[in-house]
Every structure is written in structure tokens, then in C-alpha cells.
Design a protein around this ligand. Sequence first.
Ligand code: B4P
Length: 192
Amino acid sequence: MLNIIIFGKPGSGKGTQASLIKDKYDLIHISTGDVFRKNTSLGTDLGKEAKKFMSKGELVPDKITIGMLEAEIKSFHPCNGFIFDGFPRTILQAESLDKLLTNNNLSVDLVVALEVDNKTLVERLINRGKTSGRTDDQSEEKINKRLEEYENKTKPLINFYKNQEKFISINGFGDLNEVTNRLISIIDSTIS
Ligand code: B4P
């Protein structure tokens, strides 16, 4: 099994790249953002709760997110592995993921971060907001709040995974295919 985390700031291309490579490695793509958005559009209790935080650019509380992620993993297991996009985003989420995988004799194999400067991120998200209808993409203020959440809660994961010798960062700026090729070359060198 191969378990990969695609890591990065909001708008760095985690979802875009995970969708492009999942079939190549026959992995199940789990995007916590997509699961929250699906629940929001279905009007479930989970979706209503998540919307309160997402619409303000804040992270959804760990208890809700971890429970949801565990249910997602169980619903797809057994499989060839997972590509996690947007999870984990806090140390508690990372510890919970480690525990869950260890209990199934599995582990995170690789964490790849997509590095993109903040100016480009804001441009990408404002641009996506014109067509996505996503409330969290609608203003620079909300996008800045998401970047602040990343700095305070998500960035500490870099050292968490560096300590496990699983963290690699690549340039996430440039043509989509260029970024995909950089990602594939890192994954291939890890699994070979
Ligand atoms: P997510 O859905 O994870 O989304 P994201 O951070 O906005 O974007 P991503 O990095 O996937 O960028 P994308 O490929 O779409 O999170 C949304 C919210 O959900 C969070 O703020 C939080 O509230 C909640 N949430 C999710 N997971 C959570 C968790 N674990 N814990 C707590 N809360 C959680 O790309 C962005 C744009 O850039 C797109 O328009 C794309 O087309 C464009 N783009 C991508 N790559 C490009 C490139 N190379 N060049 C030009 N444009 C590019």
C-alpha cells in the first residue's frame, strides 16, 4: 500500500494535483474539503456544522474532521492506498492519522508540500472564487484568514513530518503539467 499526503497552503494546488495523479498510482483520493462541501450541499448536520467554520476561512474543529476522515478511510479500505489532500491540517489530526494507520499495520509513506508564494495563492483563489461559488474564496480578507490558520495550526506539521523523515517540498508554481511531473518524480523515487 502507498499512502501519500499532499501538503501546502490554501490554493497551492493540493486538490488539483491529487486528482491528476490518483489514477496513475491507483490510489483513493480523500479531500476533506470536498467531503465537507458535499455534506454542506446535501444539508447534513456535518455539513451545517462545517459550513460555520469554512465560510469564515477557519479550520473545522479537529473532533469533527478526524471522525469524518476515519469514516472515509474505513469506507474505502481495503485498497491500494490513499492520497490525502487537505488532511492533516493540525498536529492532533496528524497524530490521529498515524494511530489509525498503525492500527491497520499501515503508515504514511510520503508527505509532499507544494510551495507557492502568498501573492500567487491569493490571485489563484480570488480567480477561482469568480466561478466556484465557494464562500471561502470570495474575499481577500477570508483568504488571508485561511493563510493565518495555515501559519498557526498547519505549518507545525512540517517539523512533525521532517522528524519522521517523510517530508519533501517541491515548487508548486508553474504550468499544471510541470508541477505534476515534479510530483511524480518524487513519488517514483520514493517507491522504487
Ligand atoms: P480545501 O478544500 O482543502 O482547499 P484549498 O486549501 O482551498 O485548496 P487546494 O490547495 O486544494 O487548491 P486547489 O488545487 O483547489 O480547504 C477548504 C476549507 O475546508 C479549509 O479552509 C477548511 O475550512 C476546511 N477543511 C478542509 N480540510 C480540513 C481539515 N483537515 N481540518 C479542518 N478544516 C478543513 O487550487 C486552487 C486554485 O488554483 C484552483 O482554481 C486551481 O485551478 C488553481 N491552480 C492549481 N494549480 C495551479 C497551477 N499550477 N497554476 C495555476 N493555477 C493553479
